[in-house]
Design a protein. Structure first.
Length: 207
């Protein structure tokens, strides 16, 4: 990770070691111990101690039409195949094949906020604290969690970190995750992170 200023982290297209996620004192560890940690990445968003909710709002509001073309093409192919194979049927989601992670939340989190409105997204919010935001998605391949954590850098500066946790659906789900892994690491994440860095830089220049 290269620091280019007090509020900027240059985009990195290399994943972080698992300990970057597992060593943090986040609630997700106690709530989803049966999920596998798939990826951990540094994100360019930075701010102060109490800025995570604002960062999440900005992140969710990004227009998908501005995503890299290769990512949009891959997602279009994925959802087309999903429709043909029935991978994304409602019965395979969190109200069918699997229960929502919200069913596991302790009382203090279950009555708390779930984060921004995701009614136009395939994900559903699970919980939001001052240090974590979790959203989930489920289909015939897996039950997956997107975890955004707020990591201290010192001097009251913090940066965002994204982890993806998955619970594959049997042998088919494990094979599917293994099949898409090279695409995620070589194409999807590098393009996404570079694009996210450019968007965050534009936001900071306009602030």
């Amino acid at each position: 990770m290269t620091i280019t200023g007090p509020d900027r982290t240059e985009a990195t297209t290399s994943p972080l070691p698992p300990t970057a996620h597992t060593d943090q004192p986040w609630r997700i560890h106690e709530i989803a111990p049966d999920f596998d940690l798939e990826d951990v990445w540094t994100l360019p968003m930075r701010g102060g101690r109490d800025d995570l909710a604002r960062i999440v709002e900005w992140f969710v509001a990004l227009d998908e039409k501005d995503d890299p073309l290769v990512n949009r093409l891959l997602m279009a192919i994925r959802f087309k195949l999903g429709a043909l194979l029935g991978l994304d049927d409602e019965k395979s989601g969190t109200s069918g094949r699997v229960g929502s992670l919200r069913d596991r939340l302790p009382d203090d989190l279950s009555v708390g906020p779930t984060g921004p409105d995701l009614s136009d997204k395939p994900f559903h919010g699970v919980y939001l604290t001052d240090r974590e935001w979790v959203a989930e998605i489920a289909n015939q391949t897996c039950h997956a969690l997107m975890h955004l954590g707020w990591v201290p850098d010192g001097d009251d500066r913090w940066h965002a970190q994204m982890a993806v946790l998955v619970k594959p659906n049997g042998a088919f789900g494990r094979a599917y995750m293994a099949f898409i892994k090279p695409f995620r690491y070589l194409i999807v994440y590098p393009a996404m992170l570079r694009n996210l860095d450019r968007r965050w830089a534009r936001r900071e220049r306009a602030a």
